[in-house]
Design a protein around this ligand. Structure first.
Ligand code: GDG
Length: 496
């Protein structure tokens, strides 16, 4: 495996994502800029700083002029040591490209939820023009031996526009969300354009074998002018005389950061206080962005069934459900919020008794420290998306479980299941009975089993952390050998 320090001294990174890794506050008075947080940002910042790298993206703000944003970015450069390159988008562009095409077509469709899609041709038009804008505005930055790394479903066509400008720098793309199976992918009216656009990249990374398999199936079936060969763990697609490398690279977290944070005195103290406040009941914790892909209503059905089926557990366990507000402009997200509110209140009104409320539901964002305190206090993490590219919550919980006594209940359809399957309780999120029984099983698992599962999980996530992910991708894009890149087998449910 390539050493990260070698990476630091080699190439300049140009990272492109829909959003810049910053928060701009402009309400009342002088605008301020501060760094946003997240695993990818933490991992990439040192690389960007070391080689005067650039992060390209939309600053996420309409209140400021382009000039003001540029001034703020310059200040940020002095403070943070790497460049931001803001792409200014109009309100209409954000509505049609981001909320429309990205989040009302690609997001639901790639999570197999075609009924949530709105195939509006205006969305497609703007998706193309914004991808082109990203390409044209990035062009002057790019030098021959840069490492250009474009992220996620918002920018699947950017490579095509860069290539039409005849740049010779190799372009890498990583898809953070799942790739849809052929029958579902076919529903997109612009399916050929998307496949051909993606194949303009030199390197395409997916989270799991499942997603790579779906993509390969789509291109093999739909495009007649390509050939594909398998080389070790990846596929190479030959198109228009070029080779496109297609591989799988499960994203991860900064294990040490979460583990160290969980061991800090005040975090440990907050975890202890939380347990005390909840009368030392067992805690089953879930945390999700408000999103229909996270399977929250099905999970609540599973919790309801658990409470019906195992009355002896009443008073012994509390379900902490944290939902973080997200994409609130889209009507489906409002409806989902109303549904969750209603289900939580129905379940609580059915089972609450003096001194015990089964579901404690929070609809806001916690600080990173508090989130880690909750992870640390939780006896079980319940992660049940109906489909997820990876799911970092499951991995963060493992890193924060420094006492090695927690249990992971994980959806079969989360990308993380492929890596964590052997030491987690896997569930089908639609199987209400199965979810109820898994919660019961997890809460009654002997301490020795919990410890041995958790130790194995911690070893795995510590080894395959975010730095490992970055260097695997970097290595794969720079050599045709991936001998030492571990492959995670796909999770396929087995019949008992
Ligand atoms: C997409 C893909 C893929 C959550 N609540 C709080 C909070 N969080 C942080 C968690 C975690 C992140 O949000 C959620 O990450 P996920 O991976 O679970 O999900 P998505 O946001 O849907 O991410 C996903 C990921 O991209 C990476 O490729 O794994 O499949 O859908 O990091 O910690 N953070 C804080 N307070 C909260 O209340 N501070």
């Amino acid at each position: 495996m390539e050493d990260l320090t070698e990476l630091l001294t080699s190439q300049r990174f140009i990272v492109v994502s829909n959003r810049l890794p910053i928060l701009i506050k402009s309400a009342g008075g002088r605008p301020t800029i501060s760094p946003a947080s997240g695993g990818l940002i933490t991992a990439l910042e040192p690389l960007l700083k070391r080689n005067h790298g650039v992060w390209v993206g939309w600053p996420g703000n309409f209140d400021l002029s382009e000039d003001e944003v540029l001034k703020l970015s310059e200040k940020y450069h002095h403070r943070m040591g790497y460049n931001l390159h803001p792409i200014i988008l109009t309100k209409e562009e954000v509505e049609l490209f981001y909320e429309g095409f990205s989040n009302e077509i690609l997001w639901p469709l790639f999570h197999d939820l075609q009924s949530e899609c709105h195939f509006d041709p205006k969305f497609w038009e703007t998706y193309q023009t914004v991808n082109q804008k990203f390409a044209i505005k990035s062009l002057p930055l790019i030098e021959n031996d840069d490492f250009i790394w474009i992220h996620d479903y918002h920018l699947m066509l950017m490579g095509q526009y860069l290539r039409s400008e005849e740049i010779s720098t190799k372009m890498s793309f990583f898809l953070h969300i799942p790739f849809a199976p052929l029958d579902i992918f076919l529903k997109i009216p612009w399916r050929f354009e998307i496949l051909r656009g993606l194949l303009q990249y030199d390197f395409i990374g997916f989270q799991t074998k499942r997603d790579k398999r779906n993509f390969i199936h789509c291109i093999k079936t739909l495009l007649k002018d390509i050939t594909i060969r398998t080389y070790k763990n990846h596929e190479i697609c030959l198109i228009e005389g070029r080779e496109v490398y297609i591989g799988t690279f499960p994203i991860s977290i900064d294990f040490d950061e979460f583990s160290n944070l969980a061991q800090k005195g005040d975090v440990a103290e907050e975890a202890r206080e939380l347990k005390e406040t909840l009368n030392e009941a067992k805690i089953v914790f879930s945390v999700d962005r408000l999103d229909y892909t996270k399977g929250i209503p099905y999970r609540l059905d599973g919790i309801r069934r658990f409470l019906e089926k195992y009355p002896e557990m009443h008073g012994e366990v509390i379900f902490l459900q944290l939902v973080v507000p997200s994409r609130t402009h889209i009507s489906e997200y409002h409806d989902l919020k109303a549904r969750i509110d209603q289900m939580v209140s129905e379940i609580n009104s059915q089972f609450t008794r003096p001194g015990w409320v089964p579901i404690q539901y929070m609809f806001y964002e916690l600080s990173r420290e508090r989130l880690v305190a909750y992870y640390r206090a939780a006896d079980v993490i319940l992660v049940t998306p109906v489909k997820d590219g990876m799911n970092l919550v499951a991995k963060e919980y493992v890193a924060a479980n420094v006492e090695e006594n927690g249990v992971v209940i994980l959806s079969e359809f989360a990308g993380a299941a492929a890596q964590m399957k052997e030491y987690s309780l896997l569930v089908n999120p639609y199987d209400v009975e199965g979810v109820a029984d898994s919660i019961h099983f997890a809460l009654n698992l002997p301490a020795s089993d919990r410890k041995s599962f958790m130790q194995s999980l911690r070893k795995l996530i510590k080894t395959e952390d975010i730095y490992h992910w970055i260097s695997s991708i970097h290595q794969a894009t720079h050599s045709s050998s991936d001998e030492d890149i571990p492959v995670t087998e796909e999770y396929i449910p087995a019949e008992y």
